[in-house]
Design a protein around this ligand. Sequence first.
Ligand code: PEP
Length: 284
Amino acid sequence: MIAATWIGTSWKMNKLLAEAKAFASRLRECPPPPGVRRFVIPAFPAIHTVAVALGPDSDVMVGAQNAHWEDAGAWTGEVSVPQVKDAGATLVEIGHSERRTHFNETDATVNLKVRAVVRQGLIPLICVGEPEEVFRRREASEYIVSQAQAALRQVPDGSDVLIAYEPVWAIGEAGRAAEPEDLEQPFAALTDALDGRVRAILYGGSVTTDNAAEILAVPGVDGLFVGRAAWDVEGYLALVELAARRGGRELAGASSTRTAPRLASEGLDRPSVPQSTGESSCLA
Ligand code: PEP
C-alpha cells in the first residue's frame, strides 16, 4: 500500500464564492499527483460550491472547519456534521487552536465533535498544539499526546482519523515555522502514542515552499496542513508538486513506517491514493 503524503489547506474565514470556485476549477485542471492526497477546507458557505466545481470523481477531498456534536436541533448559529456531509464534505477539522482560544473549545468538546464526525462516517482532522510557554519548558510532546488522546476517547478502533500537529506559536501572521529538530520529538511521541489508531499525522504552522521539504523529511511527518502559503492556488499546487517528489521516494520504499488503522471505511466510496501517471507538473 502506498503511504501518501497529505497536502491540505484551510481557508479560514477567507474567499467569496467566486474565489472558492476559481480555486477548485484550477485544481480540477490538474491531474492527481503521484502519491499525494489533496484536501481543501473552505468556510461553510463555499463547501458545496467547491465540491461541485471539483466534480464527483475528484481525488481532492473537501472539508469543513468545524461542526457541532449534535446531528440537529436548537443550536442557533451552529452547523452539524450531517449538514456539512450533505454539502459535500468528507472531512471535518476539529479543535484548531483559533477555535480553542477564541471559542472556548476544550478537550471535552473536541472529543464530542470527533465522535460525531466518526459516527457520520467522515474523517476528523484533529488539531493539537502547545502554546509557546509549554514549548519553552520542553513539554510539547506530553501536551499534544494528552490532547490527541483526549480527542480520541471512545472513538472506535479502526476509525479513519487524521491528526494535525500545529504548535500554537507557529501558526498565522505572528507565527514562526518550527525547525525540523523541534519536530522530531513531538512526531516520535505522537507516533508512539497513536500509531495504529490514526491514518496520518500532519504538520501545520507557517509552512512555505522554502521549508516544506525539510519538514516533510522529519520522521513521522505524513503531510502538511497549510494556511497562508496555500490560499493562492498556485502556492497550493507548488506544495503539492513538492510532495509528489517526496511521494515518489516513498513509492520506492524509502521512508514511511506508519501502520495505518484497518479502516471501517476501506472499500467505501472514498477516492484511492492516485498512482504515479508519469504526467508532468501542473504548475503555471
Ligand atoms: C493554521 O492556521 O492552521 C496554519 C497552518 O496557518 P499558517 O500556515 O498560515 O501558519
